[in-house]
Design a protein around this ligand. Structure first.
Ligand code: DC
Length: 269
């Protein structure tokens, strides 16, 4: 299946939006979460930030479904550039080479929460960007300022086009702080490192204790890189609701955020 095609961008050009509707509508798709549809022209941006394994993808997608919004996984964009760099055997220490690669690549992002998609130069890479090799290399690519500037610009364009359809839930590391600091709802989702490692290990289909230990070590390394880099490090944005999914289940986290959406936007959930 081809990813959604949207506004193609000139060279330099990460991302086109797939904000074409396969959903039941911009308001109230899935789960019947909203009892008062937002007014025409009204749009909502929800920023979901947090470290790997905190459950933010599951939470963000479910929020998008329940609120009838588009969904953007910004981590997938950094992963797509990384996958391309690995495929082309670009030296990840060579920031200029990585930046040039990002400038030339055309990323096409689909923002349907039921079917998010990523393509690089027309080829779908949804599975390829989830390998351990990409996961372990992505922090180096995400630390390159030129890559970040380009991807952030594209993310803002994707958010702008989604606004016309009611809004979007955006997940990442710097959404509430850099990409969409004016988002009315900001969530910072966290969980203990052990719980996050267990979740990641399960996602990777691992069963052994050694696998979990390895994933734990890798997660710790990635946390340190993502939190300590100079460009837009992972941080709790001002005004964010901080939720810890160590003790809360994913449905509980979703309900809690929906409650805040109801309070902040007068949308009854
Ligand atoms: O959420 P994830 O694990 O798919 O993210 C992959 C990497 O991309 C992660 O190590 C940090 C980086 N990232 C980022 O720097 N900024 C974002 N907005 C999203 C992800």
């Amino acid at each position: 299946m081809e990813p959604d095609q949207g506004s193609a961008l000139p060279a330099g050009n990460i991302a086109a939006d797939g904000a074409k509707g396969t959903m039941s509508g911009p308001h109230g798709a899935g789960g019947g979460a909203l009892t008062r549809p937002r007014d025409p022209g009204e749009s909502l941006v929800v920023a979901v930030d947090g470290p790997g394994g905190s459950g933010k993808s599951t939470v963000a997608r479910e929020l998008a479904r329940r609120l009838g919004l588009r969904y953007l996984d910004t981590g997938a964009m950094y992963r797509a550039v990384t996958q391309l760099a690995l495929e082309r055997r670009v030296d990840l220490e060579d920031q200029q080479a990585v930046a040039e690669l990002a400038e030339r690549a055309v990323l096409t992002i689909g923002t349907d929460p039921d079917q998010p998609s990523v393509a690089v130069d027309g080829t779908r890479v949804d599975a390829a960007i989830r390998t351990r090799a990409v996961t372990n290399a992505v922090s180096a690519v995400a630390a390159v300022p030129v890559v970040r500037a380009r991807l952030v610009a594209q993310q803002r364009q994707l958010i702008e086009s989604a606004r016309a359809e009611g809004g979007i839930v955006v997940e990442g590391r710097d959404i509430g702080s850099v990409v969409a600091p004016d988002a009315p709802i900001k969530v910072f989702l966290t969980a203990s490192t052990e719980v996050r490692a267990l979740r990641r290990s399960r996602q990777l289909g691992e069963k052994g204790v050694d696998d979990v230990a390895r994933t734990l070590a890798e997660l710790g390394r990635r946390d340190a890189l993502d939190s300590n880099r100079t460009a837009d490090p992972l941080a709790i944005p001002d005004g964010a609701i901080v939720l810890d999914s160590t003790t809360l289940s994913i449905p509980e986290v979703v309900d809690e955020v929906l409650r805040h959406c109801g309070q902040s936007t007068n949308v009854t959930t």
